[in-house]
Design a protein around this ligand. Sequence first.
Ligand code: PEP
Length: 251
Amino acid sequence: MRGRKLIAGNWKCNGTIPETERLLRSLLDSRWDTAKAEVVVCPPFTSLQFAVNLLKGSKMAVGAQNMTEHENGAYTGEISADMLLTVGVTHVILGHSERRQYHRESDRTVNAKVRTALRKGLIPIVCVGEELEQRQGGGTKQVIGTQVDTGLLEVEPDALKRLVIAYEPVWAIGTGKTATPEMAQEVHAFIRERMTALCGQTVACEVPILYGGSVKPDNAAELLAEPDIDGALVGGASLKAADFLAIINAA
Ligand code: PEP
């Protein structure tokens, strides 16, 4: 079990600059034990520079919610790793189920993005998760195994220790339905096994595996108490400073 939990807030398509300022100032005014919780906020692209400037020297890091796998060029509307790095972003969420669902991102695309992010020095938060029918059909481990193996294809074992994985069952995202701690732990242990096969036990134990899917102040502590749950990727509840803070403190 890792000593420090990683709590990341995925703001999704929420947060104008004034809203970003309000939320971040509330968090800056709050206290938590940095030996127990590492915090990353992931506002939309338009707020990244503002967030990085405001949080400079604070205990919070800033992540983006997506990036292109391409270096640069004719990819209208895309944002590259170098662009994120010049802003001062350290993390990037990749393969979120909403990107997979609404923007048809495949495991191969996620893999290309992961490799670019690692090569450039960003920390990818790689999301995996099964849909409800897949769980009901008994296919959870097969889906997650494929997403992990393909998503991390051709990543050097040494680079694997610089990434974060987020297990987010699709049926739990934004629905108010959370996996029970036992259900989540079972999949996290499975991901850990898969990582062990890819990079050995020492590195696999260092890779933070976050749980995401309707994490709230009232369920965070029991989820975070599981041995293979190293933190949380929080959507809706990260938009309310008091709720996000309560989740951080649950760590
Ligand atoms: C997410 O979007 O990554 C997420 C987990 O959302 P929510 O916490 O709202 O379910």
